[in-house]
Design a protein around this ligand. Structure first.
Ligand SMILES: *Cc1c(COP(=O)(O)O)cnc(C)c1O
Length: 423
């Protein structure tokens, strides 16, 4: 453990295999079951007609917010990882252009549910048309959220569409264009010089004063977690459509960029329910902000911050720039997660540029973190050791790189990152 902490402190890229991984123990201690995931899916299905009306871009999917599963054969250059290479393109998720469109919009729908019950609107089923009078009622309520950017965007866009007033507390990492966009749609943006944990805390305090304010708590929200988890059901369907069968011999390796852990944790949890030990989930974090890895390695979870080992948390991966992981998610991941790796920002820029050059996809730096996974598992000692220990043939692996955001980024922003990746 000391060696790992030293590597984290020195910002040395690493692969960490989780010695505490144990699916049976995980199931025993998990507060969630697959039922919770199916219920979340049902909520999303029930609200699909409303979402379709609110967001014309959901017309073709009939109100379902989903991203394509794409093949990426040409992205790798010097070393081409064997196996099947797939990209789960959440950077193309409609409505808010990042993985937060899953959890964030689901969390807003849950607030809608609660208020609808409180105010006796459309109690019986959720297949309502959003009337002006319902919107008027929602306008008496406020949703508050702390965010490094993308969660604020998702909740701001969805919340405003339902008529809520929305208050987004943003950390210093948040990009200017995200604040501009939010203000344009009528959200209140409160800016902080401090990091994400402080912005979140301010939002929490603001909500406690007033029972017409609903706080969506990125560090503790089971709604967010379950909203994200539905992605596993959708991925399984997409793999079926491609006639890809996952088995012990043909395992699924999933690489998920991780911030506080809600998004990758929710997805990992549900993938493990569906595929058991035949899916292997790995979180990817910047060397400057390895919050989840540090929490899991030290077994201190949310009670240790990257600042405690002298790291700044400054990274171009704003979506991953957090100091400590979510408490409940990191505890859950103790048993569910197979491992994690860290990488420097320059690698994020490199993969961002490669993805654009070879496939034409525009992602943000955070979203490129998963691209390193297939290479690392083939070329590093830890990665090869893992495959050997599990008896996995590299050419049989189905790699799923989760690209988590970027399609809403302004062109100038993308070009800056792209230029860095080319040099
Ligand atoms: C938020 C975010 C993540 C990670 O999600 P967490 O729930 O914070 O772990 C990954 N990529 C992008 C682009 C994000 O915005």
């Amino acid at each position: 453990m000391e060696i790992l902490i030293e590597k984290l402190r020195r910002r040395e890229p690493l692969i960490w295999i989780n010695g505490n991984y144990d699916l049976e123990k995980a199931e025993e201690s998990s507060p969630f079951s697959m039922d919770s995931v199916y219920q979340a899916e049902e909520v999303l299905n029930d609200y699909a007609p409303v979402l379709r009306k609110l967001f014309p871009e959901l017309e073709s999917s009939k109100g379902i917010i989903e991203s394509p599963l794409l093949t990426v054969n040409t992205m790798y250059n010097d070393f081409i990882p064997p196996g099947h290479l797939l990209l789960k393109a959440d950077h193309l998720l409609p409505v808010s252009g990042s993985i937060k469109a899953r959890g964030g919009i689901f969390a807003v729908l849950k607030v809608v549910d609660r208020i609808a019950e409180r105010e006796n609107i459309f109690q019986k089923d959720r297949k309502f048309t959003l009337s002006e009078s319902a919107k008027n009622i929602f306008s008496n309520y406020r949703i508050a959220v702390g965010s490094t950017g993308n969660l604020g965007l998702s909740i701001g866009i969805a919340g405003r569409a339902f008529g809520f007033s929305v208050e987004v507390h943003m950390s210093s990492d948040a990009k200017a264009w995200k604040k501009v966009l939010l203000r344009r749609i009528g959200a209140d943006v409160v800016e902080y010089d401090s990091d994400y944990t402080a912005a979140c805390e301010a939002a929490r305090v603001s909500a406690q004063q007033d029972n017409s304010v609903y706080f969506i708590d990125d560090e503790n929200s089971t709604d967010l977690f379950l909203g994200y988890s539905v992605a596993a059901l959708r991925l399984r369907k997409q793999l079926d459509e491609l006639h890809i069968t996952v088995s012990g011999e043909h395992p699924l390796f999933v690489y998920l960029p991780c911030g506080v852990g809600g998004a990758p944790g929710g997805i990992t949890f549900a993938l493990k329910q569906l595929f058991g030990n035949t899916v292997h989930c790995f979180f990817a974090e910047p060397v400057d902000a390895p919050a989840m890895t540090l929490g899991l390695v030290t077994e201190k979870y949310k009670d240790i911050s990257i600042r405690d080992i002298g790291l700044s948390g400054y990274t171009a991966a704003d979506g991953l720039a957090v100091g400590r992981p979510s408490g409940f998610v990191s505890l859950l991941m103790k048993r569910y997660l197979d491992g994690a790796y860290t990488l420097p920002d320059k690698d994020l820029f490199y993969y961002l540029a490669r993805l654009y050059d070879t496939e034409g996809y525009k992602v943000e730096p955070s979203a490129a973190a998963g691209c390193a996974g297939p290479v690392l598992f083939n070329t590093s000692d830890e990665g090869r050791g893992y495959l050997e220990q599990k008896g996995i043939e590299d050419q049989n692996i189905i790699h799923v790189i989760w690209s988590t955001g970027g399609s809403m980024e302004p062109q100038a922003e993308f070009e800056k990152n792209y230029t860095k990746g080319c040099s």
